[in-house]
Design a protein around this ligand. Structure first.
Ligand code: NDP
Ligand code: OXD
Length: 310
């Protein structure tokens, strides 16, 4: 079995060794190599933002494994309609996302930034504790990551709402779905968490129109994709006082360009697309398990519906 590794900006060697070790006992043996133009056809591919040439040349793939949860960049390529695209599902990302969103929410809710500034000035004074009921958290996208985030936040006894394409039954989460449920979801939300995939339907979904419908004093946590947010609209709504601030992990242009207003904005906390990193060992174990399942003819989870876009 041949496996081609084609991941932009990722050191190949540990992946090649890890995949070879995880599949060493497969029937007929395994050869894992970093792809180069003109390489012989592989049976499986492990990719992150591969070039179109890779897809065009590798026409015998039984499956392509995307080593991230989001497949938006991969689906920008011309893919053969029959190509099976498999994304990472969880593989250690859900717990990271839950801790990242929880810290952003709690930091805002408890006023920890303000305390930090006061402590530096030797100011030993308290902020009146806010009421949890006044901070309903709305999670857009209740998939592998969003559901985990919603359940975790519910543990802290915040009211939790969720919005997805299809209705969900998640304990402690009020579920809204589809276009018809969106307005009610927004109107009831104070802290908006975005965990949608980037698709033509969700591009720019956080804009003046939608963000204005959130409860006054809203807070935005974007951990999905930069193109979900109309950045200028967020800045304007913060200036106007409708939105209290934001924690942003993803941006329209990454790395965030020098001079971008987000770098220095006092009400915006930024991180460099790091809320849930791909974990190599967990990902290799998941990919190897799925290759074994596919070889046996079994179904695997995480297969992308390329027409739907996630
Ligand atoms: P899933 O595919 O498991 O979940 C997607 C969710 O979004 C589903 O609940 C789906 O609804 C919902 N959804 C999709 N389209 C719509 C729509 N048009 N309207 C309403 N709901 C919709 O994805 P994951 O949870 O694994 O990942 C989510 C995203 O997080 C990724 O696509 C990626 O962009 C981002 N991400 C960011 C990372 C970071 O470090 N910042 C790391 C990892 C991922 P339904 O359930 O009904 O299908
Ligand atoms: C992902 C990401 O999609 O890292 O997994 O953003």
């Amino acid at each position: 079995m041949k496996i081609a590794f084609c991941c932009a900006n990722i050191k190949a060697e540990p992946w090649l060794q890890g995949l070879a070790a995880a599949l060493q006992d497969i029937d007929g043996g395994v050869e894992v190599s970093a792809w180069e133009p003109g390489a012989p056809p592989a049976d499986y591919a492990v990719v992150w933002v591969p070039p179109q040439q890779f897809i065009d040349e590798q026409s015998a793939l039984k499956a392509v494994f995307n080593i991230g949860a989001g497949v938006d960049r991969l689906l920008e390529l011309r893919l053969p309609p029959s190509l099976r695209v498999v994304r990472m599902d969880d593989a250690g990302m859900a717990v990271q996302m839950a801790e990242y969103v929880s810290q952003a929410l709690i930091r805002h809710f408890r006023g920890l930034d303000l305390y930090e500034a006061r402590m530096r000035e030797g100011d030993w004074s308290y902020i009146h504790p806010p009421r949890r009921e006044d901070f309903p958290v709305g999670v857009m996208g209740l998939g592998v990551l969003g559901e985990r985030v919603a359940r975790t936040v519910a543990q802290f006894e915040f009211p939790v709402l969720g919005w997805s394409r299809s209705p969900k039954a998640i304990e402690g989460v009020r579920s809204f779905s589809g276009a018809s449920g969106f307005d009610e979801f927004l109107a009831a939300t104070r802290v908006l968490v975005n965990l949608l995939p980037l698709t033509p339907e969700t591009q720019g979904i956080m804009n003046r129109g939608t963000l204005s419908r959130l409860r006054a004093g809203a807070y935005v946590i974007n951990v999905a994709r930069g193109a979900h947010l109309v950045e200028e609209d967020l800045l304007a709504l913060i200036d106007e006082g409708h939105i209290a601030g934001a924690t942003l992990d993803v941006f329209r242009t990454e790395p965030l360009p020098a001079g971008h207003p987000f770098w220095q904005h006092p009400k915006i906390t930024i991180t460099p697309h790091t809320s849930a990193r791909t974990l190599r060992d967990e990902s290799i174990a998941q990919i190897a398990g799925k290759i074994r399942a596919l070889e046996r003819g079994d179904a695997v989870t995480g297969v992308v519906d390329t027409a739907r876009g996630y």
